[in-house]
Design a protein around this ligand. Structure first.
Ligand SMILES: *Cc1c(COP(=O)(O)O)cnc(C)c1O
Length: 325
């Protein structure tokens, strides 16, 4: 099925997804730190999806979408394409549900992500992300083998599943003035906006993407989906080239703004989270905090939510990125 065939999810779909995921996805903790509040100039509530199963919020969307497949399709299996975290999420959730999974992954994906995906029992097919189109590869497999394509963001059940992280944050942190959300293809941001629509109407929601790949910001300004070459950034989970047919309209209608941050700001945020919260957060997972810090003066005295979207980074690599103090 193509995304055009899907109808847009709504807030009720996020609430449904939350019920479906209970006992399957972790209800991740919300961390606070007075030291970080003082450093960054606001009252922060960190939603720790780096501690989610398979190491990122992507487990929520994948699990929700797999549970909603028709039984015959669950038997036939699924194919997913991903730069890493979606792959691991689909592989883990499908393995648990007894659904055969094939994952199309870039050749240059981090080795630990390739290995983890295989270890969950999925079949892995690699491709060159600078030359080949992963969606074409997945579609061809889908036609040949009868597999359902499970896209990483542009799917209503994936978007609804991703929104459950923010729903939990609103429940656990209480009223927030602003929420900062990492942005790649927009599944997490669109789901978050649907959740805020029903649970936190007064909360400003910002998407944050890497400056090298600010297609989301350009799309918002121009009012249409802007497509860019694969951006080169530390934020490997946000190397998407364009927002989706389903995610863009939701984002355009509801988002407060989209911010872009440099890789150096991601490294700075990664250091703050490691030193003061003892949290291992991958560069893409630091987009939200980096975005909030870039707006710091305007956030003084505010209650600010940040989604730490993933923690799949080799600790040695994280250490090598951090400047010595
Ligand atoms: C996939 C991913 C994102 C971006 O999510 P989208 O739904 O594509 O916008 C952000 N952070 C991490 C850790 C991810 O794995």
């Amino acid at each position: 099925m193509t995304p055009e065939a899907f109808t847009s999810p709504d807030g009720a779909a996020v609430v449904d997804a939350a019920a479906r995921l209970r006992g399957r996805a972790h209800r991740t903790p919300v961390f606070t730190s007075r030291l970080v509040d003082r450093l960054c100039g606001a009252g922060f509530y960190f939603k720790c999806e780096n501690l989610q199963r398979a190491g990122a919020f992507k487990f929520r969307g994948a699990c929700n979408a797999l549970l909603k497949l028709a039984p015959a399709q669950q038997r036939a299996g699924v194919v997913a394409f991903s730069s890493g975290n979606h792959a691991q999420a689909v592989a883990l959730a499908a393995g648990e549900l007894g659904i055969p999974a094939t994952i199309v992954m870039p050749l240059d994906a981090p080795a630990e992500k390739l290995a983890a995906t295989r270890s969950y029992g999925a079949r892995v097919i690699t491709y060159d992300r600078y030359r080949e189109n992963r969606e074409d590869i997945a579609r061809e497999l889908s036609t040949r083998e009868g597999l359902a394509v499970l896209p990483p963001f542009d799917h209503p059940d994936v978007i609804a599943g991703q929104g459950t992280a923010a729903l939990e944050l609103f429940e656990d942190a209480g009223p927030l003035d602003a929420l900062f959300v990492p942005l790649g293809g927009g599944g997490l941001l669109a789901g978050t906006l649907l959740a805020s629509g029903i649970a936190a109407a007064g909360c400003a929601v910002y998407g944050v993407e890497p400056a090298a790949g600010d297609d989301g910001r350009q799309s918002l300004r121009l009012g249409r989906i802007v497509s860019i070459p694969v951006p080169r950034t530390l934020a490997d989970g946000a190397q998407t080239q364009a927002l989706g047919q389903l995610t863009f309209p939701i984002i355009r209608e509801r988002v407060t703004d989209i911010l872009a941050v440099e890789d150096e700001a991601l490294v700075e945020a990664m250091g703050i989270l490691a030193r003061h919260l003892k949290l291992l957060v991958e560069p893409t997972g630091c987009l939200g905090l980096a975005g909030a810090c870039s707006m710091a003066p305007a956030l003084a005295g505010r209650r600010v939510g940040v989604i730490l979207s993933g923690g799949n980074v080799d600790p040695a690599r994280l250490a090598s990125l951090l400047p010595r103090r």
